[in-house]
Ligand binder design. Structure first.
Ligand code: 26W
Length: 813
């Protein structure tokens, strides 16, 4: 790599000169970032080529992880870390009068995802490369990523995220690997002279999928995998054909725009499946280019087609890329000439599927009419898959029409993507133990009964390299000083920290590091938001998408309640706290936007009232993103994971916060259950209904929020402040709908039901935090057990249990 600091400085200065015609004095920070990126890319390229050659030579099975989202964030810091040149580069830059962290800030945060599902995909790529496994991402190169959020008068404003306006230094355009993707047209079956059937596709619209490859650098192992992002462009023939219509140039431009619009923007909604035509086009565009490109790479090996599923695994991240199943069938039958049975066996053996949600409103289904019009051949194949599946059901359950209708892939005028994904794959997994159990017992019960061995659990994980080593360098350093560095490549070794439970010097160090991180955040909040916060207060952190089931509203109401307590009773004091929120709402999610408005209103009241000011502050950090998370997580004391039990599939923020020494206040939901199991009752604050209780209430309809409202004076008083004159409502009826949601419409997410228990848990936290040493022990126990939630563990399980792959022997691992 670089033989030392001087070597780096020379290479860097040369690059500034040759690439940009600048030197360290004349270069802007953006120039310096670009030069550094391009220099690193050179180094990465060598290992990238070598990795590819090794995989080919070893005939390693290749995994393609299909995902509509890859929330990768910035890459400069994590690439430097994984390449093990962070220190050399940082010091070299400092000699030249440049600050690495300032350059890092110049990189646009690649926000190609909504939240959990997209960030998980990014963590998985890091672990695949680090474990030396041949796993690559297939995604879309959206021109506009997740919107930028601004708060104007407390209301969310969405601004476009033109992240490519500045060169994305890591990507390599590979036009020679372009794939043709077809939409629309007519398909007719035709018998050739020998009597065999083939399908003639005419009058379709064809466009080009051009890949942009982003290297995925493994940690300390010279492995570089690929994240391939596809971009839509009009095909050459299309341009010539349309351009010859000279007098219709305006139409031509419209046509061109409509084709390239496929990869124009990321859908910013992870709460509602809207069934938009452009979204289906995006999904098929990803699937078709990915499948064709995977088959092309397989062809290069020169092996018989019957070995396809030994060489290739296609993983679908939720149902969004489920069209992989009929698309692979199409390629195997129509292009490779296989018969149905052989094609089906290979397809099922190659495809595996992860489910990320049980929320019914997020389950995808597409109107038959749309699928048929946009993807006529794919639709024919789906219908045939459905026919054959229903026939097999009929054999097992003769006459049981209801059951067959409820399991069918095509029913009620819709194509049900989850059903397609289950039927067409060999593995279906949930993302935490509880979630997988719920899938088996409820959401996918009938499928589970038919194919029990297909279902399995893979509890989510996060890359501790980005989320600890990079985001919280001082903590990582102190851990290594205490227990050595084995934990970096074997995160289970974090458990060795338990030996330090009684080591006062180490506990002091933990406390001091957290304190310093809190001071850094206080300075940043002061600078960006103009709010003064007390670094000695408890940092209580609630950061995630805004969603009814995630219950930011419960946290907000509790803050109103605390405020009221202090105001009404001057002798009442609380352990000082700063409540942090960060959350984006889907642009069309009215309720979620009201909750943002409420939080902002509470912040305005609380932060400007000297009666409470020294005991509490509320900060809404705008534009939640990977970079914001990296800043705030190392400073957190309390991690809010308060979803209504049974609704959060796993959560991954819970893991990042635990890894950084925050204590969880949480319901027994998603992976919180597993955190609780590891750290024990004393090191987590659990509260609220259990998932069984919630499911029982959903069933028996015995919950009455009105009754809770009437019996609990604290709740009644707080809720009335939403509609009556109060510091929060200011006599306007902005929050009326929230009130009615909670009281009149029976509180869909059991906020009132869980309120008392939540308030009690918060009180326990306030008390426990005062015992500083004990709190540090609890924090240490959380860090020590967080190795289980490294995505290295998760990926190892996917590799052995689902994909059946091993590291390339000749790579350094
Ligand atoms: C079609 C609209 C849409 C888009 C995305 C619906 C649903 C989604 C995702 C499935 C939402 C999502 O990100 N789910 C989260 O996935 C994480 C990773 O597994 C889990 O940790 C979270 O619990 C889950 O909410």
């Amino acid at each position: 790599m670089f033989s030392g600091k001087e070597d780096f400085k020379q290479a860097f200065s040369e690059r500034l000169e040759t690439k940009l015609g600048k030197n360290a004095k004349t270069a802007t920070e953006v120039d310096a970032y670009r030069a550094l990126g391009s220099l690193l890319q050179d180094k990465i390229n060598k290992n990238w080529l070598r990795t590819d050659q090794e995989y080919k030579k070893n005939q390693n099975k290749q995994v393609y992880y299909f995902s509509m989202e890859f929330l990768i964030g910035r890459l400069l810091g994590s690439n430097l870390l994984n390449m093990q040149v962070l220190k050399v580069v940082e010091e070299g830059l400092r000699d030249l009068g440049l600050s690495l962290s300032a350059l890092e800030e110049k990189e646009n945060d690649a926000g190609l995802g909504n939240g959990g599902l997209g960030r998980l995909a990014a963590c998985f790529l890091d672990s695949l490369a680090t474990l030396g496994l041949a796993g690559h991402g297939y995604g879309l190169r959206y021109k506009y990523g997740m919107f930028h959020q601004q708060l104007v008068d407390g209301s969310q404003l969405e601004l476009p995220d033109n992240w490519l306006a500045q060169e994305f230094v890591w990507e390599v355009r590979r036009p020679e690997e372009t794939i043709e993707v077809r939409f629309g047209g007519k398909v007719s079956p035709i018998k050739d002279s020998l009597g065999s059937l083939y399908f003639d596709h005419r009058d379709y619209e064809q466009l080009q999928a051009v890949p942009y490859d982003v290297p995925v650098v493994g940690y300390n192992n010279e492995t570089v995998n690929t994240l391939r992002l596809w971009s839509a462009e009009p095909s050459a023939e299309d341009i010539i054909a349309k351009a010859s219509l000279k007098d219709d140039f305006g139409n031509f431009l419209d046509h061109r725009r409509s084709l390239t619009s496929i990869t124009e923007f990321l859908y910013p909604d992870d709460s509602n499946e809207e069934g938009k035509e452009l979204r289906l086009k995006q999904e098929y565009f990803l699937v078709s280019s990915g499948v064709q490109s995977a088959v092309r790479s397989f062809d290069e090996l020169g092996l018989p087609l019957s070995t396809f599923s030994n060489q290739v695994a296609l993983h679908i991240n939720d149902t969004h890329p489920a069209l992989v199943i009929p698309e692979l069938m199409r390629v195997l039958m129509d292009e490779k000439g296989l018969g149905w049975e052989k094609a089906w066996d290979l397809t099922q053996a190659s495809v595996s599927y992860t489910n990320h949600t049980t929320l019914s409103e997020a389950l995808e289904s597409w109107p038959i009419e749309l699928v048929q019009r946009l993807l006529p051949r794919i639709f024919m194949i789906i219908v045939e898959i459905n026919e054959r599946f229903c026939q097999s059901l009929w054999k097992t359950y003769p006459g049981d029409f209801d059951r067959i209708a409820s399991l069918a892939i095509v029913a009620d005028g819709q194509v049900k993507m989850a059903h397609l994904a289950i039927v067409g794959s060999h593995s279906v997994n949930g993302v935490a133990q509880l979630h997988t159990e719920i899938l088996k017992k409820r959401e996918m019960k009938s499928f589970y009964k038919s194919f029990p061995s297909r279902f399995n659990n893979k509890t989510n994980g996060i890359t501790h390299r980005r989320w600890l080593m990079h985001a919280n360098e001082p903590l990582a350093k102190s851990i290594t000083e205490a227990i050595g560095n084995d934990w970096i490549e074997q995160p289970g070794h974090l458990q060795d920290l338990l030996q330090k439970k009684n080591d006062n010097a180490f506990l002091d160090q933990l406390y001091d590091i957290k304190q310093q991180n809190k001071e850094d955040v206080a300075a940043w909040v002061k600078q960006t938001e103009g709010i003064t916060i007390d670094p000695l207060s408890i940092y209580d952190v609630h950061i995630k998408r805004l969603h009814g089931y995630k219950r930011q509203l419960l946290n907000a109401l509790h803050i109103m309640y605390l405020y009221n307590q202090i105001k009404l009773n001057r002798s009442f004091t609380i352990q000082p706290r700063t409540f942090f929120f960060a959350a984006k709402a889907a642009p069309s999610y009215y309720f979620a936007k009201k909750v943002i408005k409420l939080i902002d209103t509470i912040a305005g009241v609380v932060n400007n009232d000297p009666d409470v000011n020294d005991q509490m502050k509320v900060v809404f950090l705008p534009n939640y993103s990977v970079s914001t998370a990296e800043r705030i997580i190392p400073a957190a004391n309390v991690s809010e994971q308060i979803s209504l039990a049974s609704k959060e599939a796993s959560g991954t923020g819970n893991m990042k916060l635990m890894l950084n020494g925050a204590l969880t206040i949480g319901t027994m939901d998603g992976a919180n259950v597993e955190i609780h199991e590891l750290v024990g009752d004393d090191n987590i604050y659990t509260f609220g209904l259990s998932s069984e209780e919630v499911l029982e209430y959903d069933h028996n309809k015995l919950y009455s929020s009105q009754a809770v409202y009437e019996t609990d004076e604290r709740i009644r008083h707080t809720l009335n402040q939403l509609i009556h004159y109060s510091p929060f409502s200011k006599g306007e009826n902005v929050f009326e709908e929230l009130y009615h949601h909670l009281v009149t419409h029976n509180d869909e997410f059991f906020v009132l039901k869980d309120f008392a228990d939540y308030a009690a848990a918060q009180q326990r936290i306030s008390q426990d935090y005062q015992a500083k040493r004990q709190w540090s022990v609890k924090s240490l126990i959380n860090i020590a057990h967080s190795g289980t939630f490294s995505s290295d563990r998760t990926i190892q399980q996917y590799a052995t249990e689902i994909w059946r792959i091993q590291p390339a022997k000749t790579l350094k691992v």
